[in-house]
Design a protein around this ligand. Sequence first.
Ligand code: SF4
Length: 343
Amino acid sequence: MPHPSYREARIPAYEMIRFSITIQRGCFGGCSFCSITEHEGRIIQSRSEGSILREIEEVRDRVPGFTGVISDLGGPTANMYRLACKSREVEAACRRPSCVYPGICDNLNTDHSPLIGLYRKARALPGIKKVLIASGVRYDLAVESPQYVKELATHHVGGRLKIAPEHVRQGPLSHMMKPGIGTYDRFKELFDRYSEQAGKEQYLIPYFIAAHPGTTDEDMMELALWLKRKGFRADQVQAFLPSPMASATAMYHTGKSPLRKVKRQGGEVATPKSPKVRKLHKAFLRYHDPDNWPLLRRALERMGRRDLIGYGERHLIPPRQPAGWKPKEPRKRFRTQHTGLPD
Ligand code: SF4
């Protein structure tokens, strides 16, 4: 509960967690831009079913404004509950930074039935109308359990499910330690099939990162073309920022990848750092925004991809601005002086 001194103030972070329940700590994903594996641990700590169900009842009975909808049952990842290495000894000795990259480790138990059982018990509690899943679904794990995807699509999605492929090109994905986009397609197929079977019109909302170490202008252009082909128009986009303890931060600052043996010569990772390049990479993600077209036109011409400028289906952006378009006033910004990060 917020401190009483806030009185009636609306606190966005509180709104988000008010009716949500944490079911586990830790993540064995090891995505290089994220430090959860470092600060919460790679070995998942799962709460007991009884403890989770009691907390749901407590939210139902004591949190003001509860309408019967639990907004999330999750954690750093929605679907790592009770997942672990098959052997405690191997797990203790293992030094792999991820159990799921470059592929799912043979030693990993990917049985989603404890999580499915938990979902069923949670939604059967008296006074609970709906249990939503808002934490990020690790879709490469989810496709290992079609029954889980069915349960999710049938009962736990409020129309849109956010997931994070982060990119579509192998270069940036390998620096992020994320699975290839083919896994996203397999998940989408299952999700669409089960949504249809449940008679629900539901969508996946994929999230992407611009300007991650190892991302080139061509990678962002290909991502923009993929977005256009799939009919996605992102409202908000995120550009990589180096945060403490993430291995991508080491790439950002050293220009070398700690994911491979670091040598004095070679192994450089091209990192988009300058505000100009970062702006361009973000602009590719919002290729549909006329404010970005002048910048994208110049970039496509420089990249020798004039063929992508036009009014056809295969074109990314039109050759002219819409009638009446005016450039926006540049926003005033504060410089982040002490960290050396770009504006
Ligand atoms: S052996 Fe595989 S499943 Fe076990 S801890 Fe290592 S990477 Fe994870």
